[in-house]
Design a protein around this ligand. Sequence first.
Ligand code: ATP
Length: 340
Amino acid sequence: MIEVKNLVKDYGGHLAVKNASFTIRDGEIVGFLGPNGAGKSTTMNILTGYLSATSGSVSVDGYDIVEYPHEAKKRIGYLPELPPLYTDMTVGEYLNFCYDLKKVTLPRKPHLEEICRLVRIDNVYKRQIKNLSKGYRQRVGIAQALIGNPDVLILDEPTVGLDPVQIIEIRNLIAQLGKNHTVILSSHILSEIQAVCERIIIINKGVIVADGMASELSHSLSQDHSLTARIEGPKAEVMKLIASIRGVDTVTATGAKDGKALEYRILPLDGVDIRKALFDRLADRHWPLIALSSNELTLEEIFVRLASDENTEFVLKMQEKKEAEQNEADADQTETEENN
Ligand code: ATP
């Protein structure tokens, strides 16, 4: 487990990370997302002990990175944005060199062979790194991070500068590594993070502005949870039927048309998924459902909002909403306790 508490990094008057706190549990694949200059590399460099923080703390499996650097660092494999490759060496020479540097005690030959097989660089083992393609160099960088079998892998923009085929190969490799490692992956590309990560942490201007599972983020950060449906059928009866579905709060006809279908805006009660019931009930009446879409923000929209200048207002609104929900939950709990 990685615990980051109140992390601050001040580069001589420029605050690159402002009071960031988060916890990463074993086995999670977490995407660290933010626009250029958001503070991703700075945070990652602090997590790996490469940079020191101005204040705050980072611990890996309970070992503080400053107090117990050796114990903490041996649990982390790091691929910096610019992989630290010695390009005059062959792949084999370089990996053996990293093995020695890290003072690994696992049996050398089988350990390196296993890593090369896993990241598929066994075919270039004897080639000089400078003669490899960028995709292969990136694999060598990942191989270096895997030496010593660390539980945690921290990968800073691992696909930057690769061609589309190489990007997919590296993504697949990361997904595979995620089965046996805790992975933290930074990127400024949303689709990249969505393709591999379950949980997303969004950072902007040094502040963590969102943290959650990809699906939950869309739901919790959206103000509008309504659905838009296009249905062929007699308007008044369709509306009556929709209103009678359990979990529907309100239904209104928007006035838009799609061929013979009319458009409706349906607001479900909080947390109720009415889609299946809607489909079944309409099918019973042979009223075709032509289209059904959610009006919640997509992750792309959330990211753009969080990363843009209207971000402060948006984040404040989100915080107010979260606080209100928390207060409501607390009130419910008190009521239940009082009733008991
Ligand atoms: P990118 O996606 O462009 O790599 P990032 O999210 O990784 O961006 P950082 O590299 O952590 O962002 O930089 C965060 C901020 O700190 C930026 O404004 C950057 O200019 C600044 N910064 C980074 N390193 C230093 C440094 N050594 N000295 C002063 N400022 C720095």
